[in-house]
Design a protein around this ligand. Structure first.
Ligand code: F6P
Length: 343
C-alpha cells in the first residue's frame, strides 16, 4: 500500500510522533510506503510532497515539537473548488489512503474528502482538547504542563510583591487547558468560555483573599472567556478570513477591572504559543504514537471514513461524523466541581 499523511491547522506537540508512528507501522508491519504532503491541505492541492522513509531521521523526530511537514489552513471554499485537483494528485502519486492529522476543522475536511470517495482515516489533534468523540487529544497534556509550570512560577513572584497575577491561556471555544492548569496550579479563580463570568464574583474573591490576610491571588483566564451580558464592557474583536474572532486580551481587561476595584497591584501574563511549542510530554508521545499506529492499521484494513479515538485506556476507530459538527466542551458540573477550589 502507499499511504499519504499531512498535518493541518495549528501545530501541536506530538504531530511528529504521529508521523513517525505511521511511517514505522506502515513499513515494518505492512511493507508499505508513506509520503507526506507539505503545509497541510495546501500541499495536497499544489502536489507538494516528500517521501518519508523508515530511517534514523524519522526515528529522531519523536522528541521534536512542531511538524516536519509544515502546516496551514485552507478555507472550506477552496477545498470544494479543489476536489478534482486533489483526486488527480492522489491518483498520480499512487496513494491508496490518506491520513490527515488535525483538529475539528481538518477532520471536517477529511469528511468532505471521504464523502467524495477518497479513502481517509483521520487523526485528531489539538492542544485545546476539544475534538468530540475522543477522551484526549495529544498536545493537550503538554500545553497543560507548560501552563502549570508558568502558574507555579507566578505564585512565588506574586507572593513577594502582594500582587494579583492573571494568566491567560489558550482556548478559543473551550476551557480544558484553563480548567486543568488552574486546578493543577492551585489558581484562586479560573474563567472558561463555556461559563460566562461575572466580574463582581472575581473581584469579591480577590477582596476576600486580601481581607483574610492572604498576600496574593492567581487567576487563570481562557483566551475565549467572555463576561455575562451586561456585567462588564469589553472590546470587540475582528473576524478573520476563517471566521475566527481575533482576541482582544480578556486577561488584561479583567486585570484592569481588578486593579481599579480591588486596588491591588495586578500583572498579566499571556502564555500564547509557548503552550504549543517544544517537545511533547511523555503522555503525549505515547498517545500520538498509539494514534499513528492505529491509523496506519485502520488504513491497511480498509476502515475508511473514520478517525482514531481514545476511550478510557483503549484506542479505537470511530466514524468521522462523531468527531465533527460539535466541539467537546467542559461540562458545567466539571467547572462547578473546580469552583470549590477557588478563593
Ligand atoms: O486551536 C488551537 C489554538 O491553539 C487555539 O487555542 C488558539 O486560539 C489558536 O489555535 C491560535 O491559532 P494561531 O496559530 O492561528 O494563532
Amino acid at each position: 500500500m502507499r499511504l499519504a499523511t499531512l498535518t493541518s491547522g495549528g501545530d501541536c506537540p506530538g504531530l511528529n510522533a504521529v508521523i513517525r508512528s505511521i511511517v514505522r507501522t506502515a513499513s515494518s508491519e505492512y511493507g508499505s510506503t508513506v509520503v507526506g504532503y507539505q503545509d497541510g491541505w495546501v500541499g495536497l492541492l499544489e502536489d507538494r510532497r516528500v517521501d518519508l522513509y523508515d530511517d534514523e531521521e524519522i526515528d529522531r523526530i519523536l522528541l521534536r515539537g512542531g511538524t516536519i511537514l509544515g502546516t496551514g489552513r485552507l478555507h472550506p471554499d477552496n477545498f470544494k473548488a479543489g476536489i478534482d485537483r486533489i483526486k488527480e494528485n492522489l491518483a498520480d502519486a499512487g496513494i491508496d489512503a490518506l491520513i490527515p492529522i488535525g483538529g475539528e476543522g481538518t477532520l471536517k475536511g477529511a469528511k468532505f474528502l471521504s464523502d467524495n470517495g477518497i479513502p481517509v482515516v483521520g487523526v485528531p489533534k489539538t492542544i485545546d482538547n476539544d475534538v468530540n468523540g475522543t477522551d484526549y487529544t495529544f498536545g493537550f497534556d503538554t500545553a497543560v504542563s507548560v501552563a502549570t509550570d508558568a502558574i507555579d512560577r507566578l505564585h512565588t513572584t506574586a507572593e513577594s510583591h502582594d500582587r494579583v497575577m492573571i494568566v491567560e491561556v489558550m482556548g478559543r471555544h473551550v476551557g480544558w487547558i484553563a480548567l486543568h492548569a488552574g486546578m493543577a496550579g492551585g489558581a484562586h479563580y479560573t474563567v472558561i468560555p463555556e461559563v460566562p463570568f461575572d466580574i463582581n464574583d472575581i473581584v469579591k474573591a480577590m477582596q476576600r483573599r486580601f481581607q483574610m490576610g492572604e498576600k496574593y491571588g492567581i487567576i487563570v483566564v481562557a483566551e475565549g472567556a467572555l463576561p455575562k451580558e451586561g456585567t462588564m464592557q469589553v472590546e470587540e474583536g475582528e473576524v478573520d478570513q476563517f471566521g475566527h474572532k481575533t482576541f482582544t486580551g480578556m486577561g488584561q481587561q479583567i486585570a484592569n477591572e481588578i486593579k481599579r476595584r480591588v486596588g491591588q497591584d495586578v500583572r498579566t501574563t499571556v502564555l500564547g504559543h509557548i503552550q504549543r511549542g517544544g517537545t511533547p510530554t511523555a503522555y503525549d508521545r505515547v498517545l500520538a504514537t498509539r494514534y499513528g499506529a492505529t491509523a496506519a492499521m485502520a488504513a491497511h484494513t480498509g476502515q475508511f471514513g473514520t478517525c482514531v479515538a481514545l476511550h478510557g485506556e483503549d484506542i479505537s476507530v470511530i466514524p468521522l461524523e462523531e468527531a465533527v459538527g460539535k466541539l467537546k466542551t467542559v461540562p458545567l458540573r466539571r467547572y462547578e466541581r473546580a469552583q470549590a477550589m477557588f478563593g
